[in-house]
Ligand binder design. Structure first.
Ligand SMILES: *Cc1c(COP(=O)(O)O)cnc(C)c1O
Length: 344
């Protein structure tokens, strides 16, 4: 039996149909604006996200970092939830590349409010950093795959703009939020000055992410893409996967969400495991194993011996992420293996 890899939704392999789309992609010189597949992908994502223009980039990290550097100047402050990816998993890039500092907001499961933004904004004096940007992560990864309600995004954006701050959305898993909430991507996107989607998470592509904004923003973003070595040549080879994913891998995210709920329900019945089932809104399940008396690392290793892969995110916290390479049978195997590892 094959491995059930729930480590992350980045673990997907391109499907046979996606590989065919890649093989047949029309291509050109991307950095001269001559790659038809990249151009088609950018036009499509710009429209999807309710913006004038978009830019194809190698990674979601580069989307976040370019957006921060376009919105801010060195010494400026970005407000972001304390759990956000750009704080914990981007190798210090906001400070190293854009020279900004991050002011943390105390959200609930990665979702903060206009009141949190108000409480964090400062009077501008010659002593204070200039605050420029609020970043919203939708879905919130360390928050548990939490979906931002559109009204929450609108209220935060209004609070930000009252203070002259721009609004950025880290939409690595925005399409999960769209499928789970029924809110259109463009409705989320239009509220933000910049917004991006990752192609390599639930959408199942091997490489790439797309950043959207107005024409001036994207023009500046192009300059940084080039400066940081992200401009490419026949990148249609990878952009074609993105176009294929937008056609075939969006609606199916609902299956990942159902599988995550099934996994949470199956594991919640096991003694010693604590799962906040109401918090399973999309494709992530966070499992607290403190009640088993064993460490997360120990349990993850034992699961690995049974060909079930999950990630230890803390001393007693395990994360499982569903995606298109894990079907319902794989979920049932993961539940059975977890029970066996715990001796039930
Ligand atoms: C994965 C992720 C990123 C970074 O995307 P990469 O494509 O891995 O560089 C940024 N934000 C969030 C919330 C993510 O989950």
């Amino acid at each position: 039996m094959s491995r059930v890899n729930l480590y992350s939704d980045t673990q997907t392999r391109p499907t046979a149909a996606m590989r065919r789309a890649i093989a047949e992609a029309p291509v050109g010189d991307e950095q001269r604006g001559e790659d038809p597949s990249v151009n088609a992908l950018c036009e499509r994502v710009a429209a999807l996200l309710g913006h004038e223009a978009a830019l194809f980039l190698p990674s979601g990290t580069m989307c976040n970092e370019i957006a921060i550097a376009v919105h801010c100047r060195p010494g400026d402050e970005v407000l972001a939830d304390v759990t956000s990816h750009l704080i914990h998993f981007e190798a210090g890039a906001p400070s190293a590349l854009a020279g900004v500092l991050i002011g943390t907001l105390p959200g609930r499961r990665g979702v903060f409010t206009a009141a949190d933004v108000d409480a964090a904004t400062r009077a501008l004096t010659r002593h204070s950093p200039r605050q420029r940007l609020v970043s919203i992560e939708n879905t919130a990864n360390l928050g548990g795959g939490t979906v931002w309600p559109l009204a929450g995004v609108q209220e935060v954006a209004a609070a930000a703009r009252r203070r002259g701050l721009a609004v950025h959305m880290d939409g690595a898993r925005l399409m999960n939020a769209v499928v789970a909430s029924g809110t259109a991507a463009a409705d989320y996107g239009r509220v933000c000055d910049s917004v991006w989607i990752d192609l390599t998470k639930g959408l199942g592509c091997p490489v790439g992410a797309v950043l959207a904004g107005n024409r001036d923003f994207i023009e500046e973003a192009w300059r940084l893409k080039h400066r940081w070595g992200g401009a490419m040549r026949q990148a249609g080879i990878v952009a074609a996967a993105g176009l294929h994913a937008l056609d075939h891998h969006v609606d199916r995210l609902a299956e990942d969400h159902e599988n995550a709920r099934r996994l949470a329900d199956g594991l919640a019945d096991l003694p010693g495991l604590m799962i906040d089932r109401a918090a399973v809104e999309t494709n992530m399940v966070y499992i607290d194993v403190a009640g088993t008396g064993r460490s997360a690392a120990d349990i993850v290793a034992a699961l690995g011996e049974r060909d079930i892969v999950m990630g230890a995110l803390g001393p007693t916290s395990i994360r499982a992420v569903t995606h298109l390479d894990v079907d319902r049978a794989g979920i049932e195997r993961a539940i059975a293996a977890f029970a066996a590892v715990l001796g039930h």
